[in-house]
Each structure stands twice: as C-alpha cells, then as structure tokens.
Design a protein around this ligand. Structure first.
Ligand code: NDP
Length: 293
C-alpha cells in the first residue's frame, strides 16, 4: 500500500507556483491578484478565506478580502461582482459560499466574469470542462487529478466508481475521469443516495473516489484489493486520544481500507491540502491569461 501524500504534493506545487510568480514579476508590475468576497460572519467561511489568504501569501499571489455584512442585498452584491469584473488589476474572483438565504447563489455565480472565475463554478466553465476545452477546473476535482498525475497512476481503461454526485466534487470528477485524456479514459460509475447495491459497485472499482460526507462509511469489504482509494470526506469526530478532544476522519475507514488498497489518500493530509493549491493554480492561469485571452 502506498500513501498518496497530499501535503507534500501541495508543497511541491506551491514551490512551482512561487517560481512562476517570481518569473512573472520580470514582465509585470505586480503578482497575480485574487479577490475573495466574504458575506456575513460564518466562522467556517471566515476560516476558509483566511486559509486561502495565507496560501496566496506563501506563493506571492496578492489577495484581498472584500467583506460585507449579512444584510447586503442581492442587487448590491451583484454590483460588487460587476465592479470586480471590470477592475483590470484583479485577475481572479471567488465568492465564498454559502451566501445568506436572501441572495441567489446562482445569480451571483452567473454574474462572475468567466475569465476571472477561478473557482470554476460559472456554467460556462462547467460546460467547457465537460467539452474538454481549456477552463478553470473546480478546486477539489483539480486537486484529485493532480494527485493521480503526480503519482503516475494509470487511469486508461480502469473502472472508476465515484460515491457522491455533488456539483463541487462527485459530478465534476466523474466527468473529468471519463474524458478522452490523461488522467481520464476511465469507465465511470456514479453512485448516490438512490443507488442500489452501492457496496457491490464500489467493490468493482479499480479507482474509488469517495465524496459522500459520511464519516468512515467505506469499509474494507467495499474495496477491491489494490484499488486506488481517494477520500474526499472530512469530519471532526470526538477522540480521547487528542488534546483538543477531536480528530479528523474521512469518508473511508482508513485503518481497515489502507491494508487492502494499492494507493490511498489519508485524512488529514490527502485531498484537503490540494484543494487550496488548485485555487492558486487557477489564479496563476488567470493572471497569465491562459484560458481566456
Ligand atoms: P454533498 O453533501 O453535497 O454530497 C454528498 C453526496 O453523497 C450526494 O450526492 C449524496 O447523494 C451522496 N450520499 C450521501 N450519503 C449517502 C449514502 N448513505 N449512500 C449513498 N450516497 C450518499 O457533499 P460534498 O460533495 O460537498 O462533500 C463530500 C465530503 O467531502 C464532505 O465530507 C465534505 O466536507 C468533504 N469535502 C472536502 C473537501 C476537501 O477539500 N477535502 C472539499 C469539498 C468537500 P444524493 O445526491 O442522492 O443526495
């Protein structure tokens, strides 16, 4: 069994990005510039945005956070997005989700200039992804592709089972791995809450991607010997072995499954660190005008 080390891979990619940003400064006055729009006081959203700022600083990407109170109207937020869309000094824009209930996330996302949509959530970018055209890939699936690629994991002709069909993970990774590309060329099956025989289907997978949001759901009996297991889930569960009284676990029962898998991502230190790095990669692409020029 081989551990897929997301922390180490993320650090490698950060070093590469830092080098590219430094090289860019020979021809540009400033590094890439990412703006995060944060609405309200949700502690989880505040932490995510802070972590994104920290990661940007590590590689020389400029980041700004535009903060607005929970009471901002949808119209005002649309105007904010429009303003950022038209600011030539800003390369990438993310709107931290979830938004307050009185604001339509769909409307806000559709307002983002696709050329600055470094989260890859705009329908135009999702369509480009499905058509295998250059685009900003959504962060978590992009991170998974990077791990597969950097660990030279063969994907062609493999049977891939994705557990979960969310718009941010399950659905895009299933599209990406079925594309005529590397990583890709898999035969993909997507499972969800209405799937019958999920355990049996999971066990047929050469590559099993788990994004269900169910702590330690996948047990050893659901996994084929030597399968590649990618665990996207992340949960804080009580523990008497840590000072904080909590520990992090994934959607996979790591201790059991790791004995049977060929490759496996741990939690923490697997997919998680790759998600933020993907945002950095997309912001660099935006600054280099690689996708839209
Ligand atoms: P969602 O809750 O949006 O989607 C979960 C999916 O799993 C749904 O498609 C749902 O089916 C399916 N599902 C849930 N329970 C079952 C079940 N018992 N049997 C079959 N299918 C089931 O989750 P996300 O995709 O947003 O996230 C998944 C996990 O990954 C979470 O733990 C989240 O915290 C984590 N995550 C981690 C990231 C990282 O960077 N490491 C980034 C993003 C997410 P249905 O559609 O039918 O309801």
């Amino acid at each position: 069994m081989k551990i897929i080390d997301g922390k180490e891979t993320a650090q490698q990619i950060k070093n590469e990005i830092a080098d590219e940003v430094a090289a860019m400064l020979n021809s540009r006055e400033q590094g890439p510039h990412l703006v995060a729009v944060l609405v309200g006081e949700d502690p989880a959203s505040q932490t995510y945005v802070r972590n994104k700022e920290k990661a940007c600083a590590q590689v020389g990407i400029i980041s700004s956070v535009y903060k607005y109170p929970e009471s901002i109207s949808e119209k005002e937020l649309l105007e904010v997005v429009d303003f950022i869309n038209n600011d030539d000094e800003i390369d990438g824009l993310i709107v931290q989700l979830p938004l307050p209930k009185h604001i339509s996330e769909k409307k806000i996302i559709e307002k983002i200039n696709p050329a600055k949509d470094v989260d890859g959530f705009h329908p135009l970018n999702v369509g480009r992804m499905a058509l295998n055209l250059p685009t900003y890939l959504p962060a978590t699936p992009y991170g998974i592709l990077q791990l597969i690629e950097r660990y030279n994991i063969e994907t062609e002709g493999k049977s891939c089972v994705v557990l979960g069909r969310s718009h941010i993970v399950g659905s895009p990774i299933s599209i990406l791995l079925s594309r005529k590309a590397y990583p890709g060329n898999c035969t993909v099956t997507v499972c969800h809450s209405r799937t019958k025989n999920l355990k049996q289907i999971a066990k047929s997978a050469d590559i099993l991607i788990v994004a269900m949001g169910q702590p330690q759901f996948v047990t050893e009996d659901m996994v084929k010997k030597d399968a590649v297991v990618i665990d996207v889930g992340i949960h804080r569960v009580p523990s008497d072995k840590t000072k904080s009284g909590f520990r992090l676990v994934g959607d996979v029962l790591f201790d059991e499954v790791s004995k049977k898998a060929g490759y496996i991502t741990p939690v923490p230190g697997g997919v998680g660190p790759m998600t933020i790095v993907s945002l950095l990669m997309n912001t660099l692409k935006a600054a280099k005008k690689e996708i839209y020029f």
